[in-house]
Design a protein around this ligand. Structure first.
Ligand code: FAD
Length: 388
């Protein structure tokens, strides 16, 4: 077991750190304040391969291990968790399309997506189907050589700014549950696709979130990903990696906040000395660093399980997502506290990092649902997983 990064891995992280410093850091506060989607910066991220980090080579991706992808995402998220989180969702949807699309669809979208020229959204949640995603109602009916899609998706990241929608819809009958769901690649501007207003949010302001409506949208039958009825499985496989990515965005945000706090404590003086000299605050800093390192190691463990195709990988992805997004939010919040009133001002990045990190506890499966997944697998009657 080697906990050190290889030379290549350090090089990925260095490249990402430089990109974050030059392309994201100078603008992140403005993108947050004005709710600007940084399309050009994402395109430049694509030029470095960051839009197809683990997508298959057959789709123009780098096919990197998930663990290596986390090194890139962590560096980007340390300065801009919101934009980074969108890039991770794009990577997830691109990997799904690259892995399960027909050759024709992969040829049409693969390289455009992995290069960042085109962008993808992941469309699972509906107004009435959130945590219970398998109860989704959006219909996809096969008529001749086409699927006709009707229904609505809610909370879709990037919606209105993306080019292709990786959509989960019901192709089986209404009672078919998870096994009646199929996955599709739907052009975002297809006739009958319409978008709701841009949601106003607490954080994640550099990426739009919208409802998407599908009204008799016709797509070629070959836009099916995988086989009919495999859509929920594909969606969950996407989310295993997605959860590592979102957990990584929390680790990155926490690292950004911790670094700021560490520096600020040594500069800020009260009672005639740096606030870093107060042991109560030293202990706080020590706890923040400890939680952060534990979160990072857990995310890397889950990523390496996924890379190895381990049977318990999904459980570890859920554990890493639960732990790292809670720890990440707490570290950001504590770093804000260590800044006193200045932490509450948007002159400093702390309040933005905290607002952005908050939603990581909610999406890609809430942290309550992560506990449901972990406990279910540990208590599974046929083959309970033993965690050691
Ligand atoms: C900014 C943002 C971006 C998003 N982007 C996307 C996207 O790109 N694509 C996409 O498909 N979705 C996206 N989502 C949706 C997100 O995944 C859902 O909001 C999330 O899964 C929760 O669903 P819900 O909001 O309907 O909450 P609900 O499912 O209604 O849950 C409400 C509360 O009940 C709890 N709860 C529910 N069931 C249980 C249970 N069995 N046991 C214990 N507690 C339970 C939940 O944890 C939560 O606290 C996004 C959400 C947000 C806020």
């Amino acid at each position: 077991m080697d906990f050190e990064l290889s030379e290549d891995q350090r090089a990925f992280a260095d490249t990402a750190r430089q990109f974050a410093q030059t392309e994201l850091a100078p603008h992140a506060a403005e993108w947050d304040r004005d709710a600007v989607f940084p399309r050009d910066a994402i395109r430049r991220a694509g030029e470095l391969g960051f839009c197809g980090l683990y997508a298959p080579e057959s789709a123009g991706g780098l096919a990197l291990p998930r663990l290596d992808a986390t090194l890139v995402f962590e560096e980007l998220a340390a300065v801009d968790p919101s934009t980074t989180a969108f890039i991770t969702i794009h990577n997830m949807a691109t990997w799904m399309l690259g892995t399960w699309a027909t050759d024709a669809v992969r040829a049409e979208w693969g390289e455009a997506l992995t290069s960042g020229e085109k962008l993808a959204s992941y469309c699972l949640t509906e107004p009435g189907a959130g945590s219970d995603a398998a109860s989704l109602k959006t219909r996809a009916e096969l008529v001749g050589n086409e699927y006709i899609i009707n229904g609505s998706k809610a909370f879709i990241s990037g919606a209105g700014a993306t080019d292709v929608l990786v959509l989960m819809a019901r192709s089986g009958d209404a009672q078919s549950g998870a096994s009646g769901i199929s996955a599709f690649a739907v052009p975002a501007q297809a006739q009958g696709v319409s978008y709701g207003k841009k949601e106003e949010k607490m954080g994640w302001n550099s990426q739009p979130t919208r409802v998407i409506n599908f009204d008799n949208v016709r797509i070629p039958a070959h836009n099916l990903l995988g086989r009919e009825g495999e859509g929920f499985k594909i969606a969950m496989k996407g989310l295993d990696g997605g959860r590592i990515n979102i957990a990584t965005c929390s680790v990155g945000a926490a690292q950004g906040a911790l670094t700021q706090a560490q520096q600020y404590m040594q500069e800020r003086k009260q009672f005639g000395k740096p606030i870093a000299s107060f042991q109560a605050l030293q202990f706080k800093l020590a706890d923040m660093a400890t939680e952060l390192v534990a979160a990072r190691q857990m995310v890397r463990l889950a990523a390496s399980k996924l890379d190895a195709g381990a049977r318990d990988a999904s459980t570890y992805c859920a554990m890493a997502k639960r732990f790292a997004t809670d720890a990440g939010f707490n570290v950001c919040n504590d770093a804000l506290q260590l800044h006193g009133g200045y932490g509450y001002l948007n002159d400093f990045p702390l309040e933005r990092l905290m607002r952005d990190a908050r939603v990581h506890q909610i999406l890609e499966g809430t942290n309550e649902i992560m506990r449901v997944i972990i406990a279910r697998r540990m208590l599974d009657g046929d083959a309970p997983e033993v965690i050691r």
